[in-house]
Design a binder for this molecule. Sequence first.
Ligand SMILES: [Ca+2]
Ligand SMILES: [Ca+2]
Ligand SMILES: [Zn+2]
Length: 321
Amino acid sequence: MKSGPNRLRHAATLASLGLLAFGITPASAQLPVAESSTPADQRLAEALCEPDGAESSARTVPGKDIAAHPKSVNHVSPARARRIEAAKRATLRRKGLTNATVGNVTIPVHFHVITDGRGNGQLTNRQLTRQIDVLNATFGGRESGAAAETSFSFRMASVQRIENPRWFTRANSQMMHRTHRGGMDELNIWTVGFGYLGIAQFPWSGSKSSDGIRVHWDSFPGGSIENFNLGKTATHEAGHWLGLYHTFQGGCAGKGDYVEDTPAMRQPTSGCPQGKDTCLAEGLDPIHNYMDYSHDDCYNQFTPGQSERMSDTWLAYRAGG
Ligand SMILES: [Ca+2]
Ligand SMILES: [Ca+2]
Ligand SMILES: [Zn+2]
C-alpha cells in the first residue's frame, strides 16, 4: 500500500471511528501552495489501512480541505485519551518516575530539508537557525509574562538536504524511515511542501524511525504562508511530539486536553479573536496557546500545566532515547 501523509488524517471520519488523532484548521487565510494531487477521499481510504497504527496530529495549510471536512475538529477520542493516560501513568510507575522532575533538557534537532528540484523547499541556514530560535523562545516562555518556562530547549544537531520531488509533496513514511536520525530524545524535523502546516507523531504511537514532525517549509520564519510564517507551526508540532493535545481536544466536556490550566474550548480558533469563549466552563478560550490553531502572531504561551505534561511525557517515553 502507498504510504505517507496523504493516507493520514481524515479527522472527522477517523475520529468517529476512534482510529486516529488529528485536526483540521478552519482558518481561511489564502493558500499559497499547490493543490495536492491526491483527492481527500483517497486520503481517507489510505488512512484506514495505516499498517502500523501510527497516531498523529496534523494541521492543514489554511484553506486546505476545509470545505470537505467541516466537522474535522475532533482528535483523540475521549476513551482513547483515557487509555493513553492510564498507559502513561503505568509506564511512569514501572520506571519509578511517578514523582520525578525533569531538569533542563536540550533536545538535539535533526533537520531534513526536502526540496523538489524546482526551487521549492530551499530553506536557508539562516531560516533554520531562526526556527531554532523560535523553538527556544516559545518553549522558554519568552513571549508572554503568563507563559511557562518549560524544561526544554533545542540545538541544531544536523542538517541534511535532499532533492526528492515525491518526498517533497507526499512527505511519506519511506522518507522518514530512510532519513531518520537519533533516538526518541532527539527531534527530527522534515521540511516539506505538502498540504498541511504540520503533522506530528505522538510519542506513544508509531515507529521509532518515523518519530518526529513534518512541517511545511513555508511556515518557517520568513516563509510565504500568510499568518503562519513566524515559525510557530514547528512549536505547535513539537508540543504534540512532547505529548500535548490541542487545547480544543474533547471540546467542553470531560478531561479535554488533560491539562488543568487550559480552559476548555469547543472549537479551534481562527485568527486572534479577543474574548472568544465557547464553553461555559470558567475561563476564556486559550486563543494565545501554542496548541490552539490561532495565527502565529496570536500565539504566546504554553501553560505551567502543559509544561508539566510535557515533562511527564519526556520521562515516560523519551528520556534516555
Ligand atoms: Ca484543559
Ligand atoms: Ca469558558
Ligand atoms: Zn496540532
